[in-house]
Design a protein around this ligand. Structure first.
Ligand code: TNX
Length: 532
């Protein structure tokens, strides 16, 4: 290989990746000291990559993880990185303050420029070591996720592996396209335990997703403890409250706080959702007084949607809503509180408007930024309200008008980002109301130009929702999320100019052995040339 220093932006990286594909195919041990994946083999694609094939760095038993002196947050990022590198390498990887000349892995807080922002970073690999510099610890965390992907796939194993732990030489300068890169997990249709949620959080962090939206309540179940209305969970979180009467459970406040902090350690913000005024049968069937006729309907665990509504004309409805919003806001350090608002088919338009005009200000009263599914804009709420677009159309007057009025939008078009849609007709799990969503469908669209009138500046970010009517276990979650989650992660992070399906599928192919190394299940899409 020539020892030139090709400067490649990702737009031009495809050819570069292809040029290196011969060495990529070789097992790491075949070429000791040579990186087995190029600097560009990262998802999401970094903004700028400058390869220096003569400057590889190989981890050694003596490698140190050096972190910014005096920064507890940088040290915590260093500890997490060391924890992830130790099992497969078997090296001790001590975490020490970065004094003296750089050697080993260094995580340094530095002024890397406004362009790189809060989450950007610069990563340089030379024969002396790997240095990540960033404006904030969030940038160091993002850079350390990139570093993991630059090491051989075996690094993700939790037992000792024999490989040449080589990082390809050169430098990466990287920062996100959108501030909000999200995933949603529905723990209402089937409850998923805190450990399962943590496992999903780990997966999100690897791909630089920085928000986890938890769909906490729905017709079938109520999955978050509310002290002022305690039966919501004792009944709505009880056994048999999952779809088809399978499973049950809920998060105590302690569980939720622990998840918030686990996510925060990984630079992920929890966005809680309490869906209203529809999708509320579990509350209505628990507290009779919330119904207009004072009669509690039976609990339901079928998959129908749009049949329930809080009672718009009763004052107790707003006492209930305020109590719930207050308790959730108190538990949630993040800026957003999602109040759903979708599929309120049995609420009249006028009632919907009346309801949202009282609910939205309550979110603000408790210091949170209101967030709702796109229907919420019909109520003309404060323009600070974030609208989550889940339609399948690329023309949508209501959302375009809302943007005109000043709303920001999260893009979750169902036929692109819904991880619960089947991949194809043979997919054993999932639904298909928005069509089949293969990996390329999830990747090949532009969030900043997808819906007429919803341009780049109006887009706060992207989110991949995972509804769980058909999903009962972590295996099910992984099978539906992987690999499509990575496509949405790339759309949220990587520059528009890097968008390139041939490059993405090649890089995605390299993720397969990583998922295998960490025992995560995934769908082997025929669209991807999976690596051995
Ligand atoms: C639509 S998307 C819903 C959910 C379902 C989902 C299934 C949205 C805002 N509402 O209630 O779980 O489809 O794909």
């Amino acid at each position: 290989m020539r020892r030139s220093k090709p400067r490649v932006t990702l737009a031009a990286a495809v050819a570069f990746t292809a040029a290196l594909s011969v060495s990529t195919a070789l097992p790491a041990a075949a070429e000791p000291g040579t990186a087995d994946s190029p600097l560009t083999a990262v998802i999401p694609a970094p903004a700028e990559v400058e390869a220096d094939p003569g400057a590889d760095y190989r981890l050694k038993p003596s490698t140190l993880v050096r972190t910014e002196p005096g920064s507890a947050a940088a040290r915590a990022v260093g500890r997490q990185l060391a924890d992830t590198l130790r099992p497969a390498t078997g090296y001790p990887m001590p975490v020490v303050p970065a004094h003296g000349p750089a050697n080993g892995i260094s995580l340094l807080l530095d002024d890397v420029g406004d362009d790189l922002g809060r989450e950007g970073y610069r990563l340089t690999v030379s024969p002396r070591g790997v240095t990540v510099r960033a404006n904030t610890p969030a940038g160091l965390f993002a850079g350390s996720q990139t570093l993991r992907q630059l090491l051989p796939a075996a690094i993700d194993s939790d037992s000792r592996q024999h490989a040449a732990w080589t990082v390809p030489g050169g430098s990466i300068t990287d920062h996100p396209r959108y501030d909000y890169r999200g995933a949603m997990l529905d723990i209402a249709r089937h409850f998923h335990t805190p450990d399962e949620i943590k496992s999903y959080i780990n997966e999100l962090a690897r791909y630089k997703i920085n928000h986890l939206h938890l769909h906490l309540t729905d017709d079938q179940g109520w999955r978050i403890e509310i002290e002022s209305w305690p039966e919501l969970t004792t009944v709505g979180g009880g056994p048999g409250t999952g779809v088809d009467g399978v499973g049950g459970g809920f998060l105590t406040k302690e569980d939720y706080r622990d998840l918030v902090s686990y996510a925060a350690d990984r630079y992920i913000t929890i966005v809680p959702e309490i869906d209203m005024p529809g999708h509320t049968n579990s509350a209505l069937s628990t507290y009779a007084e919330l119904n207009c006729d004072g009669v509690a309907p039976p609990p339901r665990t079928d998959m129908a949607v749009g049949y329930s509504s809080l009672c718009i004309d009763k004052e107790i409805t707003y006492e209930f809503v305020e109590d719930v919003i207050r308790e959730i806001a108190e538990l949630t350090p993040g800026p957003y509180l999602h109040i759903g608002g979708d599929e309120a088919h049995v609420t009249s338009e006028e009632d919907y408007r009346t309801f949202m005009r009282r609910a939205v200000p309550l979110v603000e009263k408790y210091g949170k930024r209101p967030f709702g599914w796109n229907e919420i804009v019909r109520a003309e709420p404060t323009t600070d309200t974030v609208a989550q677009y889940w339609g399948t159309a690329t023309e949508h007057a209501e959302i375009a008008d809302a943007v005109e009025r000043g709303h920001q939008v999260i893009m979750s078009p169902a036929n692109r980002t819904y991880l619960d849609m089947k991949y194809d007709e043979d997919t054993p799990l999932g639904l298909s109301w928005a069509g089949y969503v293969e990996v390329r469908d999830a990747y090949d669209w532009d969030p900043g130009a997808h819906v007429t009138g919803v341009g780049e500046d109006a887009v706060l970010g992207v989110e991949a929702p995972l509804w769980s009517e058909t999903l009962r276990s972590l295996d099910h979650i992984e099978y539906m999320a992987l690999p499509r989650l990575t496509a949405v992660a790339e759309l949220g992070w990587s520059p528009r100019s890097s968008h390139d399906w041939p490059s993405f599928r090649e890089r995605l192919a390299e993720q397969g052995p990583r998922w295998e190394a960490r025992d995560a299940g995934f769908y082997r899409s025929p669209q991807v040339p999976w690596a051995e």
